[in-house]
Design a protein around this ligand. Structure first.
Ligand code: G6P
Ligand code: ZN
Length: 542
């Protein structure tokens, strides 16, 4: 039953910020997916007879790779595979299933917020037994293995029927096809006051959730409409499609401009939200107000105690370095821990496991908590709804009061997508070279107070991650951060993160780009973005 297939290495299987992501035709090369999956198994120890969770966001090629992964798990000695019906498991739901059933780990098939389809993106990520993305130690070992792999093992049995819930013994391994929503929805009912939210909705509160034809559709339909009573139609684009209906399933203001315009109109609903391809990102828009992910993190952390799952308070907050310092002010006022990590959810795992942080968030539209080890789009939506239900105020009022109490961190990210890779690397290298000379330099009225390339010292396992982004800090607390995206598949994406703190509440209603104008000029000048990339303007501003 078990075949050992000779193979040769591919040179490009280094996992990025979040697993291996490539175009579908790259994954369709003979042995490409198999090499990577075998390299994952070869980098792990002690899984004989144990359970592996497999699921994905339903994008094109999902079912094909799931069948391969099941057969390879059987050949490599796993005792059981749990797989979501239809091959579906949102990333946070996969994390929960791994934890709840004490699985050895999981394989999550997704390229997150990247487009899907025959010529678009696909991805494979390994999650460890705590439900979170594998730490660098493991992803480095997987990569090392891909460079020398010479065979893989695969069992020879017919494809598993993924569309029928139930258990089967295939080739000596149990395959359990599970309802992808049930366990996750039950967890949400434990964490949040569904009664209060149901009551709010029954009183006429209107919400609108765009699932972007991606994985959160079935989750949002069940939770928001069936369990919480939102009228049918509150959840849009709820059918997961292999190409996401041709849309780009990244819930930002560009891709969700229709929702944004609706939320800014006179007859806007009270609350608008969206999630990404695999269900871990969130977009939150109140009537007339977009809530930046950095502000959302701070506001959720400040109000989490209003939800039953966090009624005893939170231990600490963790945010990625480029995320604004709004959460820091909440932590400071509450006297709880605040942790600054590199970009990438995997860095939160140790802090959550050690009980140092309860709520985590990133500027890249990710928020989550210790309930799973991934960020969680619907969790953020439900926590917002729980807070709105208890406080009985609008999103705009809650945000305004938060700024008044803590000050406002004006914040924006400018992305330059599809930049020539050498040019982008050159820009970062030249900034790095300049770092020692920058303190004291003036850009208009701004004076650089410090500049460095961020290094993270993990307080739990003591590991060190260097070169995580160039930070230029100015006197008065403003800053500009430069880094290259680790999740793209074409060329390079330069991200410029711009932030200014404003304590004075009479100055909390300035247009964001205007409030940041002098920093935007300084960023251009210190990095010579135009000269090095040939770009006059960013492709996306969030
Ligand atoms: C993924 C990761 C996040 C990370 C984001 C941004 O979504 O799960 O943790 O913040 O990518 O990555 P990038 O390298 O593209 O800025
Ligand atoms: Zn995602």
């Amino acid at each position: 039953m078990i075949k050992t297939v000779p193979t040769t290495p591919f040179k490009d299987q280094k996992p990025g910020t979040s697993g291996l992501r490539k175009k579908v035709p790259v994954f369709q090369q003979p042995n490409y997916a198999e090499n990577f999956i075998q390299s994952i198994f070869d980098s792990l120890e002690g899984f004989q007879g144990k359970c592996l969770v497999i699921g994905g966001d339903g994008r094109y090629y999902n079912r094909d790779v799931i069948q391969k992964a099941i057969k390879m798990a059987a050949a490599n000695g796993f005792g059981k595979v749990m797989v979501g019906k239809g091959g579906i498991l949102s990333t946070p739901a996969a994390s929960h299933v791994i934890r709840k059933y004490k699985a050895f780990g999981g394989i999550v098939l997704s390229a997150s917020h990247n487009p899907g389809g025959p010529t678009e993106d696909f991805g494979i990520k390994y999650n460890i037994g705590n439900g979170g993305p594998a730490p660098e130690k493991i992803t480095d070992a997987i990569y090392a293995r891909t460079t020398i792999i010479d065979h893989y093992k695969i069992a020879d049995f017919p494809d598993v029927n993924l569309d029928r819930i139930g258990r089967d013994d295939v080739g000596g391994m149990i395959v359990s096809v599970i309802d992808p929503v049930e366990d996750y929805a039950a967890l949400m009912e434990e964490l949040f006051d569904f009664g209060a939210i149901r009551n709010l909705i029954s009183l006429g509160f209107r919400l609108c959730f765009d699932a972007m034809s991606a994985v959160t559709g079935p989750y949002a339909k069940d939770i928001l409409e069936n369990r919480l009573g939102a009228p049918t139609g509150s959840v849009r684009n709820f059918m997961p499609l292999p190409d996401f209906g041709g849309h780009h399933p990244d819930p930002n203001l560009v891709n969700c401009h229709e929702l944004y315009e609706e939320m800014m109109s006179d007859d806007a609903p009270d609350f608008g939200a969206a999630s990404d391809g695999d269900g871990d990102r969130n977009l939150i828009i109140g009537k007339g107000i977009y809530v930046t992910p950095s502000d959302s993190l701070a506001i959720l952390a400040a109000n989490a105690n209003l939800a039953p799952g966090y009624s005893h308070g939170i231990a600490g907050i963790a945010r990625s370095m480029p995320t604004s310092g709004a959460a820091d002010r909440v932590a400071e006022k509450r006297g709880i821990g605040i942790y600054e990590t590199p970009t990438g959810w995997k860095f939160f795992g140790n802090l959550l496991d050690a009980g140092l942080a309860t709520i985590c968030g990133e500027e890249s539209s990710g928020t989550g908590s210790s309930h799973v080890r991934e960020k969680d789009g619907l969790w953020a939506v439900l926590l917002w709804l729980n807070i709105l239900a208890v406080r009985g105020e609008s999103v705009a009022d809650i945000v305004g009061q938060h700024w008044a109490a803590y000050g406002r961190n004006y914040y924006s990210r400018h992305d330059y997508e599809g930049v020539d890779t050498d040019a982008a690397n050159g820009l970062i290298a030249s900034l790095r070279d300049k770092l020692p000379t920058l303190p004291g330099t003036k850009f208009g009225d701004l004076t650089v107070s410090a500049a460095d390339d961020f290094s993270y010292h993990d307080p739990v396992d003591k590991s060190v991650s260097n070169n995580q982004g160039i930070r230029i800090l100015f006197e008065g607390g403003s800053r500009v951060v430069f880094r290259l995206s680790g999740t793209g598949t074409t060329g390079a994406t330069l991200r410029v993160y711009i932030e200014r703190y404003e304590a004075d509440s009479t100055r909390h209603n300035i247009e964001t780009q205007e409030a940041l104008a002098d920093l935007i000029v300084a960023a251009q000048s210190v990095a010579d973005i135009r000269g090095r990339t040939g770009r006059d303007a960013p492709t996306v501003i969030t």
